[in-house]
Design a protein around this ligand. Structure first.
Ligand code: FES
Length: 235
């Protein structure tokens, strides 16, 4: 791991900020109060660069802000029309690739995918909906998995292995059929997952969620009903 002692200076959209060597761009931006849209990144997990929603332009070339280490003198573009259009396209494709029906979804207002879509000004997707048939697993008494909402960010896979120490999740199938797998048993009810596991709380769309909590917070009063997604993002 790199040293985090050396102070460096960079600019994001013309604003000079400082950071430390060893930080990623998204960490430096967060510390400076600058929001870079993201989906697969979570501050408590190592980055993987899966979703590319955090794509920024660094010294003229595109790169994922969640995996790119900062360097002294970097010139970064983030909140530009060109990048936000690319991000909106990615978000639209994510919507049509799964089954995301916000108006009737019980996690509306508490979903990072929906919140990033609002933040980027997405209205309706410009691509045909694929309407896939996805597996649902309600076999566990306290935790439910509805893969219709899954965006394959991999947060649950990383959190289960690296924080919970259980390695309950992986992937199965390929291409458009790729899905989060419950490894070994294939059924959530036969695993050691608990409602308090980090793997459950980090899911951005609550594809993996705790049972019997659906409408505890009424629609209109939820996290992103109160304020748009952005800084600070610390769950
Ligand atoms: S947040 Fe950086 S690639 Fe997903």
């Amino acid at each position: 791991m790199s040293d985090r002692n050396e102070r460096i200076t960079l600019t994001i959209d013309g604003v000079e900020i400082s950071g430390e060597s060893g930080m990623t761009l998204i960490e430096a931006a967060d510390a400076a109060g600058i929001y870079i849209p993201r989906l697969c990144h979570h501050p408590d997990l190592p980055p993987t660069g899966h979703c590319r929603v955090c794509t920024v332009t660094v010294n003229g070339g595109n790169g994922a802000a969640c995996t790119r280490p900062v360097a002294d003198g970097m010139v970064v573009e983030n909140d530009t029309e060109r990048l936000n259009t690319l991000r909106r396209n990615l978000i639209e494709m994510t919507f049509v690739e799964g089954n995301h029906y916000c108006p009737e979804c019980e996690v509306s207002g508490d979903c990072e995918l929906q919140a990033v879509a609002y933040r980027l000004g997405m209205t309706a997707p410009h691509y045909p909906a694929l309407n896939p048939e996805r597996e649902i697993d309600g076999s566990h008494p306290d935790v439910f998995i509805d893969r219709n909402r899954c965006i394959l960010c991999g947060r649950c896979v990383r959190a289960s292995a690296l924080i919970d120490g259980k390695s309950i999740f992986g992937y199965k199938y390929r291409g458009i059929h790729k899905a989060v797998a419950v490894v070994v048993t294939d059924r959530l009810g036969e695993t050691e997952i608990e409602a308090t596991d980090k793997a459950v709380s980090v899911c951005p769309t609550q594809c993996l969620r705790v049972k019997r909590r659906g409408f505890r917070t009424p629609l209109g009063s939820r996290r992103f009903d109160r304020e748009p997604i952005g800084i600070p993002e610390r769950e």
